[in-house]
Design a protein around this ligand. Structure first.
Ligand SMILES: Nc1ncnc2c1ncn2[C@@H]1O[C@H](COP(=O)(O)OP(=O)(O)OP(=O)(O)O)[C@@H](O)[C@H]1O
Ligand SMILES: [Mg+2]
Length: 239
């Protein structure tokens, strides 16, 4: 079964096509990496799939529900590229806020919060205002907020920017655990080394895919050693 299915997706801002015929078919439990240069349309695609933006043409389904549809937000987690935390609230209050937003009761929020704080290793910082945390720590809180309601599909927009290597590794381990639970992850990143953790990757350019497949298969097809070089190969071929 597919968790995310996108056909000929288009998103126009005025006359500009940020998404220009994007196709995606992502299976349940798959970790799919969307890669591409600045402005390729990665964030726009995620915003359409989370219901924050309306598509101007094409079709998109998440968990079998045709978009746009508000009901799906309960089943989906979203970590935005620019962290959307309340800086004047504590870590605990932020988690509580997002939990309440998803209609969770207090005891469930606290139970989930304990698990997530352990995972992001910020138990000691629970009652600290978010504004006083470092950039990487804010990122960890943002990830926890996206996970508070145990979503079935997770959209992670550059979740590891500014995160130190050790923690990046533990993030990826955690994503692996989520995958084992059947959770689907669509992730964007500019770190090509991270892409190798994905089941499949899609290279995006000017609002569409220019190549897609398992990282090893992409390398074989491009005849390159690195994914950076593979991207350049496909980008040049597309011209
Ligand atoms: N609200 C908006 N109004 C007008 N243009 C927009 C809007 N949002 C995005 N765009 C444009 O759409 C294009 C795609 O932007 P998007 O943020 O999706 O890129 P991206 O692939 O996420 O890039 P990055 O790697 O820098 O995050 C860009 O040219 C951007 O300027
Ligand atoms: Mg982006």
């Amino acid at each position: 079964m597919h968790a995310i299915k996108v056909e000929k997706l288009e998103k126009k801002f005025g006359d500009f096509r940020a998404l220009d015929g994007l196709d995606l078919d992502i299976r349940k439990g798959e970790v799919y990496g969307l890669l591409g240069p600045n402005g390729a349309g990665k964030t726009t695609a995620i915003k359409v799939l989370t219901g924050l933006l309306k598509m101007t043409a094409g079709n998109a389904e998440v968990l079998g529900t045709r978009l746009p549809n508000k009901d799906i937000t309960q089943r989906v987690g979203y970590m935005p590229q620019e962290t959307a935390l309340y800086l004047g609230l504590t870590v605990h209050q932020n988690l509580e806020f997002f939990g309440k937003l998803f209609g969770m009761d207090k005891s469930k929020i606290l139970e989930r919060e304990a698990e997530l704080l352990k995972f992001i290793d910020l138990e000691r910082w629970k009652d600290e205002m978010v504004t006083n945390l470092s950039g990487g720590m804010k990122h960890r809180v943002s990830l926890a907020c996206a996970l508070i309601h145990e979503p079935e599909v997770l959209f992670l927009d550059e979740p590891t920017v500014g995160v130190d290597p050790e923690l990046r590794e533990s993030f990826w381990k955690f994503f692996g655990n989520l995958k084992e639970k059947g959770i689907t992850i669509l992730i964007t990143t500019h770190y090509m080394d991270e892409a190798s953790h994905c089941d499949r990757i899609g290279f995006m350019r000017t609002g569409k895919l220019i190549a897609e497949g398992q990282p090893q298969a992409i390398l074989r097809e491009a005849g390159t050693k690195s994914l950076e070089d593979a991207f350049l190969f496909f980008a040049r071929r597309g011209k």
